[in-house]
Design a protein around this ligand. Structure first.
Ligand code: SAM
Length: 314
């Protein structure tokens, strides 16, 4: 592994309760004092940098814009010379936050958007407000040239949304990525799984050939260009094994490193950060984690995540 892609969940709280995201079992929120401080996150990142270059950091959650002063963390990460710092958000607070995030040095934004139908959006997200998200996206467009939309594919829900989402993305110069459903929330895979192949062939039949683009170095998405709409789009399969090219680590809001989204194995950094802090011990522990990540080829497990998505950050 010659570089690391770190996904950091900054909070497990979310102002939405998306039906595909909220786990079937009851959520037990992490107590506030257990959540890593920005200084602790900065320390972990700076120690990783002593071991391996970090190509990219994505801040996620829960809802990352819900965390107070998130722009201060962005500033700290950019001060460590991380070239690519991005955020995945539901977009609800984007109107208020876009400018300060840009000023803090944020490079890119991904916004989760599964429908442009207000009633369906509300039904899916429970507390969502589509018009507020759209306002946030338009505001973000003033400051960011790279905005991506993330659309989770849900059978019986997404089929009718594809055309409007494609056109919306094209009109606004957003890239759109279709993500296969994982078995976490109320929509079970058995009844609601919609393969990316279905959407791909639907798009090709209606809009013409998808021209393959180079894979982005930090993700599993297969990217394409659609000439008829002048649109870049991507597909993220969750059912295929791409472990041998995966350089991702996930840091949970309460300080656990996960090697794989689909595997519950995790390493708790908290004992090294709190109490008698010993930088060298933490550095050695992180070196060990990188070695394990490099040496093991994690196989996708059929039972997927048992942990909460809001805690891991997707
Ligand atoms: N609150 C932020 C948001 O809404 O983008 C960030 C956290 S959310 C957990 C991160 C990503 O996980 C989102 O793009 C969401 O669509 C994706 N996600 C959540 N549950 C999923 C599921 N069951 N299958 C596939 N993707 C899922």
């Amino acid at each position: 592994m010659d570089s690391l892609y770190l996904r950091i969940s900054v909070t497990d709280r979310c102002n939405y309760a998306c039906r595909y995201c909220i786990p079937k079992s009851q959520i037990r929120y992490i107590p506030h004092e257990e959540i890593l401080t920005y200084e602790e996150i900065e320390k972990i990142v700076s120690l990783f940098l002593k071991i391996i270059p970090i190509s990219s950091i994505r801040l996620t959650g829960g809802e990352p814009l819900l965390r107070k002063g998130i722009e201060n963390l962005v500033k700290k990460l950019k001060a460590l010379d991380i070239k690519d710092v991005s955020i995945t958000t539901n977009g609800y607070f984007l109107k208020e936050k876009a400018k300060v995030l840009k000023e803090a040095g944020l490079d890119r934004i991904n916004v989760s958007l599964d429908t442009l139908n207000e009633e369906k959006y509300k039904r899916l997200t429970t507390y969502g407000d589509l018009s507020k998200v759209l306002e946030g996206l338009f505001e973000a467009k003033r400051y960011f040239s790279k905005i991506k939309l993330n659309t989770v594919l849900i059978k019986g829900f997404t089929e009718e949304e594809i055309d409007s989402l494609l056109r919306f993305a094209a009109e606004n110069n957003f890239e759109i990525r279709f993500i296969e459903l994982m078995d976490i929330g109320i929509f079970n895979k058995k009844d609601h799984f919609l393969p990316v192949e279905f959407v791909k062939s639907y798009i090709e039949k209606k809009y013409g050939k998808l021209i393959s683009l180079e894979r982005n170095s930090f993700g599993p998405a297969k990217r394409y260009f659609l000439k008829s709409l002048n649109l870049k789009l991507g597909f993220i399969p969750t059912s295929h094994n791409f472990c041998n090219t995966c350089n991702r680590l996930r840091l949970s809001a309460d300080g656990k490193i996960r090697l794989c989204l689909l595997n519950d194995l995790s390493y708790n950094l908290k004992p090294f950060l709190r109490g008698a802090f010993d930088e060298n011990k933490l550095l050695e522990f992180l070196k060990g984690i990188i070695k394990i990540k490099e040496s093991m080829l994690l196989k996708l497990k059929k039972d997927y995540c048992k942990e909460n998505m809001v805690r891991i950050g997707g």
